[in-house]
Design a protein around this ligand. Structure first.
Ligand code: S3P
Length: 448
């Protein structure tokens, strides 16, 4: 989304029970990777179910600028013809990654070990986010980075032709950093290794294998993982069926749970065990969620979620170890917690401070604006549930998940809940409003 676009305030009002059977768009993490890996592989990769949100479209354009051929059929199937690892072309203009942290950080890994110079920029939110977390390990391969102060984009990456393999221990749980290092390893002679103390989503590892790369994963004594690959690799085109995004399914899921009498089915959701922390948590809170039709597709587990609002949720302690498996879901979990009986403590949320917005601050401000009792203690957020007054205007700070979470909050609140700008929703879930209305959600334009 362009930061200069006019804001579009939207509000949600107390709604009847939600009913229906829906399919949310494709998974954002898998969509980004399918375009990038297709663009690095030899041959044509066919992608179905791709998320056509702004973040992913920015990645499609980035891969084109680097030499891949990327086309879309009228039926929504995408075709990517890759150039081969090592053969990316130097882009002749700046690459705009929009709002996408995953896009810019994984692309940085890819170009770092190609002998080209690439300039990246993004929207006002992306240009506030730290790139040092990828620039530091990628510099060990021999790449050079120029950023603004504190590692903020715009960012130039001067790739290296003589990459040295790296063994890197992640200082934070981050699939983006892990992936950036592994992707740099693809065009590096020797063994590239990432040690992650807390396991994060493993779509990169799974999809690289799908494209014919030998990726070794072992579990460490402390529960962490060691992931390695030997480069340079040759990637072979492989078709991808993108499952739907659990981070998008989270919004109708929580909306159904907080609205008594609701009955909603959400189809074909990616149930990768490193993405299901929210489902585990909501079930622990007493939520009535059943998983049916579980199956494997293109290296990922998928299934349908059958959800009813008949149980009132109860507050619990959500352990810090669970954070990587639900890192994008805390804003909407805070909304579920606002409706739960008692206190919900969400532990270890330090990474929320460097997302599309400072999500800890944005969630706290949104809860405050709507009369919900909460506090922050260190990196923990504690929400006391009960009656939800609503009536507030929430600042979204160009953050799609803040916008959608607070629109869910308003569906059961005494007074409408407004967000100052619904435009960012298009980065990850362009059909959000249509699908929520189809279920019975009452959404309407709001005064600014
Ligand atoms: C993502 C990893 C996570 C997540 C983001 C997508 C990915 O970020 O928040 O939305 O696709 O690898 P971190 O790696 O910063 O935790």
């Amino acid at each position: 989304m362009s930061s200069s676009q006019t804001k579009r305030p939207l509000q949600s009002l107390k709604s009847r029970a939600l009913k229906g059977d829906i399919r949310v768009p494709g998974d954002k993490s898998i969509s980004h990777r399918s375009l990038m890996f297709g663009g690095l592989a030899i041959g044509e990769t066919k992608i179905t179910g791709l998320l056509e949100g702004e973040d992913v479209l920015a990645t499609a354009e980035a891969m084109r600028k680097l030499g891949a051929t990327v086309n879309r059929d009228n039926d929504g199937t995408w075709h990517v013809t890759g150039v081969g690892v090592g053969a990316l072309r130097e882009p002749d203009s700046v690459i705009d990654m929009g709002n996408a942290g995953t896009g810019i950080r994984l692309m940085a890994g890819i170009v770092a070990t190609h002998p080209i110079t690439t300039f990246f920029t993004g929207d006002a939110s992306l240009c506030k986010r730290p790139m040092g977390r990828v620039a530091d390990p990628l510099a060990e391969f021999g790449a050079q980075f120029i950023t603004r102060e504190r590692g903020r984009p715009p960012m130039a990456v001067i790739g290296t032709d003589e990459a040295k393999p790296v063994t890197y221990t992640l200082p934070m749980a981050s699939a983006q950093v892990k992936s950036a290092v592994l992707l740099a390893g693809l065009n590096t002679a020797g063994t590239t290794t990432v040690i992650e103390p807390k396991p994060s989503r493993d779509h990169t590892e799974r999809m690289l294998r799908h494209f014919g790369v030998d990726v070794d994963v072992s579990i460490n004594d402390d529960g962490g993982r060691t992931v390695s690959l030997i480069g340079p690799v040759e990637m072979k085109a492989a078709d991808i069926v993108v499952p739907t995004d659990p981070s998008s399914a989270a919004f109708p899921l929580v909306a159904a749970l907080i609205n008594p009498e609701s009955q909603v089915t959400i189809r074909d959701v990616c149930l990768n065990p490193l993405r299901t922390g929210l489902i585990t948590t909501l079930i622990e809170m007493g939520g009535d969620i059943t998983i049916t039709n579980e199956r494997e597709e293109a290296g990922e587990t998928i299934g349908d979620l059958v959800v009813s609002g008949k149980n009132r949720l109860t507050g619990i302690v959500v352990p810090a170890e669970r954070a990587p498996s639900m890192i994008d879901e805390y804003p909407v979990l805070a909304v579920a917690a606002a409706y739960a009986q008692g206190e919900t403590r969400m532990c270890g949320l330090e990474e929320l401070r460097v997302k599309e917005s400072d999500r800890l601050a944005a969630v706290a401000a949104g809860l405050a604006a709507n009369g919900i009792i909460h506090r922050i203690e260190g990196d923990d957020l504690i929400v006391t549930g009960g009656d939800v007054p609503g009536g507030g205007m929430v600042e979204t700070h160009l953050d799609h998940r803040i916008a959608m979470s607070f629109l869910v909050l308003g569906l059961g609140a005494n007074d409408p809940v407004a967000v100052d700008d619904a435009n960012p929703i298009a980065t990850s879930f362009p059909s959000f409003e249509a699908l929520m209305r189809e279920l019975g959600a009452n959404l309407a334009p709001a005064g600014s």
